[in-house]
Design a protein. Structure first.
Length: 112
């Protein structure tokens, strides 16, 4: 009985940690948004894109809310964090459709 309970608990933990199909789909869409918005002109992921401003590990460093704030209110986040990047990130991404912003956040969260 103990072994079975432990096995069920292990399965439950794995299920909670595995990305849902919807989350994987959002991340894929987010990668498309990243490319379409030409984010690689100022950022890089895995060495692809602009040398500075790497996004590698951003999913481990920032919460989903913080990532979203960087996308929709970059000037406020730069002030809050003391970031000195030049030029500063433009605030035009707040005008993207909400679904695209959410997908971009989902993609950024996979970068751990």
């Amino acid at each position: 009985m103990t072994t079975r309970v432990l096995s069920l608990a292990s399965v439950a933990v794995v299920a909670m940690l595995a990305p849902s199909p919807a989350a994987a789909q959002d991340a894929t869409r987010g990668q498309e948004v990243y490319t379409a918005q030409k984010c690689q002109g100022c950022h890089n992921i895995a060495g692809k894109g602009f040398k500075n401003n790497t996004l590698d590990g951003v999913g481990a460093k920032l919460s989903a809310a913080e990532i979203k704030a960087w996308i929709v209110t970059p000037k406020e986040m730069a002030t809050k964090s003391g970031a000195k990047g030049k030029p500063p990130m433009p605030d035009r991404y707040a005008k993207l459709p909400a679904a695209d912003i959410d997908a971009l956040v989902a993609y950024m969260q996979t970068l751990k």
